[in-house]
Design a protein around this ligand. Structure first.
Ligand code: PEP
Ligand code: MG
Length: 333
């Protein structure tokens, strides 16, 4: 099976009956973008930019960031890049940004909350992304593909709890779009939010009217919905994203997004779970972003199911009471 999946890895990801779902790769290092493409990724669905920040002893400057993001965009050769703004705090401290000791770091100053306390850092990150996606003016005459249209940039914000954080970030982005001349930046940019905090899924209809897209971070969404630390040595096995409560939140997110013509990705680990793939597709998810290694397998899994069957499985899963019951109902034994 694995050999077959590898052979077919460059085929467009579709269900057996032709329903299109993009399969993209999660990335922590822009140097791995070329490898992801080689494995059949149709884009990068989550670039964890915090690893770029962690690799340096201090905040990487504008040029360093431009070079990094450009490396990914060039390797992607016209495929979309979903770049997440810095997501530190919680389990991911940055040595040069000491955060006061917190009793509950997972409920503390992390993700977009932390970034908004350092608007200059967020601004530099936005600027670097916008400029990287414009191509390299230093490389001489703009090559074909030097316009933003050919380097689709999707910026997403982590750990958003409601529309206020999105609006604050969007204000910064909008100002940059006015400031930076069009020739020096991409014009093909979207700004979206991650659905990782249950409040955002519950309020998805209000968010969907303003954001360009959602990407569900099932690792954190599961942690915050079930109140189980995702890294807990004894409990983390119970933090199963196939819990019907989590699926219900994903359903609400997708329904709200589609009502507003917006797309929804899933970039948490659930996206590469063979049992979950049909469920997510049945819920209407438009993009699955998984580790590069898993891309061929997820594409192959998609090609096994029809959309109707996926919808049936989603309905069945939503009707269960626990994640164990969901797995029992769906797993082919
Ligand atoms: C998630 O929470 O599901 C996610 C994709 O983000 P991270 O794993 O980087 O927290
Ligand atoms: Mg997360």
């Amino acid at each position: 099976r694995e050999a077959e999946a590898w052979e077919a890895r460059f085929q467009q990801a579709r269900t057996r009956d032709g329903h299109r779902v993009e399969v993209a790769a999660n990335l922590g290092n822009t140097a791995h973008a070329a490898d992801a493409v080689e494995r059949g990724a149709e884009g990068v669905g989550l670039l964890r930019t915090e690893f770029l920040f962690m690799a340096h002893a201090q905040e990487p400057d504008l040029d360093t960031q431009i070079a990094e993001y450009r490396e990914a965009l060039e390797a992607l050769d016209g495929r979309p890049l979903v770049a997440r703004t810095l997501d530190v705090g919680g389990d991911k401290p940055l040595p040069y940004w000491p955060v006061p000791k917190e009793d509950n770091p997972f409920l503390g100053l992390r993700g977009i909350r932390l970034a908004l306390t350092k608007p200059k850092v967020l601004e530099t990150q936005f600027r670097a992304m916008l400029m990287a996606a414009a191509g390299d003016p230093a490389a001489g005459a703009p090559a074909a593909g030097a316009t933003g249209r050919d380097r689709p940039l999707r910026i997403m914000l982590p750990m958003v709890k409601d529309i206020s954080e999105f609006r604050a970030a969007k204000q910064i982005l909008d100002r940059l779009l006015e400031e930076i001349p069009e020739a020096e930046r991409t014009t093909d940019v979207q700004l979206g939010v991650m659905i990782e905090v249950p409040s955002c899924a519950l309020l998805a209809p209000t968010l969907a009217a303003e954001v360009d897209f959602f990407s569900v971070g099932t690792n954190d969404l599961t942690q915050y919905t079930l109140a189980i630390d995702r890294g807990h040595p004894e409990l983390s096995a119970q933090a199963d994203g196939l819990h019907p409560a989590v699926l219900k939140l994903i359903e609400m997110t997708v329904d709200a997004a589609h009502a507003h013509g917006k797309w929804v990705g899933v970039c948490g680990e659930l996206a590469s779970d063979a049992v979950a793939v049909p469920v997510l597709v049945g819920l209407g998810v438009d993009e699955l972003s998984v580790s590069a290694r898993q891309v061929p397998l997820v594409k192959a899994r998609l090609a096994e199911v029809d959309l109707d069957e996926a919808r049936r499985q989603a309905g069945l899963a939503l009707a269960q009471a626990t994640s164990e019951a969901v797995r029992d109902a769906l797993e082919v034994r």
